[in-house]
Write a protein that binds this ligand. Structure first.
Ligand SMILES: *Cc1c(COP(=O)(O)O)cnc(C)c1O
Length: 404
């Protein structure tokens, strides 16, 4: 009998969501207007301000709830003026949704490699790239950094490099609800930030996103674009091209419930990652993604590097062993420079691509905040068994060599 499937990352409701959804039904706010939307936006803004923003420039954070993180990124890029002929600098190691909106706008992505400390954009490579572009006379329109798997990028040197050249910084915090950088929530540093509430993320509205900025005029513009760019007044009068990107008031209700559980979800995701880490202490060749000292890594996904020689099996062999036991696991994101669709894009790296290394050996293990200890033990047992059986094989091979 096959054992129940264990997914990589599943939605985790706290119980309050249905109340807000029922309220939307009871009051017939069943479209892209309504009280849940306004409350979700102001509650999310309060959440972002709840850690470490005491000393930041007074201006409040404005938020607009959208249909997806991808939609939020599309509008963020448009707000900073990205258009045909522009370059936009992006993290190389990310999900394609970071880059697709750059192409929607007719701009050209440039990919910057990761550092080993955080797996995020290498600040030194970014700084020297911007210096080089400045001296050749055409700077990129924007930099999009990603906070990968719930770990902050090293923001201070990235902000300094962007400021030095007057280049807009957009934080793709789709994977980083709850993440801190030097005690402050990510998504409060860049000119604009975006979050995702897709079903696999730390909190979810089934699908949804948020655009955040201290520039209220920008956020208002994004809200206007997201509802087909309708001008005020009863007549359908248009002076601009719009999009249908607004979140539904029903789904915003799910989001309001989910918001109340962020800190608990962060604790749970971290507990899952650290339980794997501790269980693998005696297993050679498998190591948790680094936890950079400058931040709080939510470990949205529990990511590991597999050293195939020491572990005794490759990353793909480990994925196959887990699949056999009905357990979902995935490679870490395939870097953008390795994607056929972006083959012609410029790729900035040192001697060798860190992102390519991290991809070759990286695995994401089941990471749901609702993962039970019994389920996690099943995962741990498969990983251990794969390592032990390969250790046995090595012993046998040595034995055979000695015998022969
Ligand atoms: C999930 C994700 C997105 C896109 O968010 P959606 O809500 O699915 O559109 C963008 N960037 C990164 C890094 C993501 O992981």
């Amino acid at each position: 009998m096959t054992r129940p499937h264990i997914f990589l990352s599943v939605p985790h409701m706290c119980g309050l969501e249905e109340g807000y959804v029922r309220e939307a039904f009871a009051t017939n706010w069943l479209s892209t207007i309504g009280p849940n939307l306004e409350a979700f936006e102001s509650e999310f803004s309060a959440h972002l301000a709840s850690e470490g923003t005491e000393h930041t420039e007074g201006t409040a954070l404005s938020c607009v709830a959208l249909a997806s993180g991808t939609a939020a990124l599309h509008l963020a890029l448009k707000l900073v003026g990205v258009g045909p002929g522009d370059e936009v600098v992006c993290s190389d190691l990310t999900f394609a949704a970071t880059v697709n909106p750059v192409v929607y706008l007719g701009a050209t992505p440039v990919f910057i490699d990761s550092d080993r400390e955080s797996w995020n954009m290498d600040p030194a490579l970014l700084a020297s790239f911007l210096d080089a572009r400045a001296s050749s006379g055409k700077l990129p329109r924007a930099v999009v950094i990603v906070h990968l798997y719930g770990q902050s990028a090293d923001l201070d040197p990235i902000l300094a490099a962007c400021k030095k050249h007057g280049v807009a910084l957009i934080e793709d915090a789709a994977e980083a609800v709850g993440t801190l950088y030097k005690g402050r929530r990510v998504g409060t540093f860049g000119d604009i930030s975006i979050f995702s509430f897709n079903g696999n993320k730390l909190i979810t509205t089934t699908g949804g996103g948020m655009l955040v900025s201290r520039r209220k005029d920008w956020v208002d513009k994004a809200r206007y674009w997201s509802t087909q760019a309708r001008e005020p007044g009863l007549a359908y009068h248009h002076v601009d091209i719009g999009y249908k990107y607004r979140l539904s008031n029903v789904l915003a209700g799910i989001g309001r419930g989910q918001l109340t559980a962020i800190d608990e979800r962060v604790r749970q995701r971290r507990a899952v990652a650290f339980r794997y880490r501790d269980a693998f202490l005696a297993v050679p060749g498998i190591a948790l993604m680094p936890q950079a000292a400058f931040g709080l890594h939510t470990n949205w996904l529990s990511c590991f590097q597999v050293d195939s020689v020491r572990f005794g099996a490759s990353r793909d062999q480990l994925i196959a062993a887990l699949t056999e036991e009905n357990i979902e696991s995935r490679p870490v994101w395939k870097p953008m420079h390795m994607q056929p669709v972006f083959a012609s894009a410029e790729h900035v790296r040192g001697e060798r691509s860190v992102a390519a290394d991290l991809f070759a050996n990286g695995i994401c293990l089941p990471s749901s905040s609702s993962l039970t200890e019994a389920e996690q033990t099943r995962v741990i047992d498969v990983v251990r068994a794969r390592a032990v059986s390969s250790a046995h094989r090595r012993e046998e091979q040595r034995g055979q060599k000695r015998a022969g």
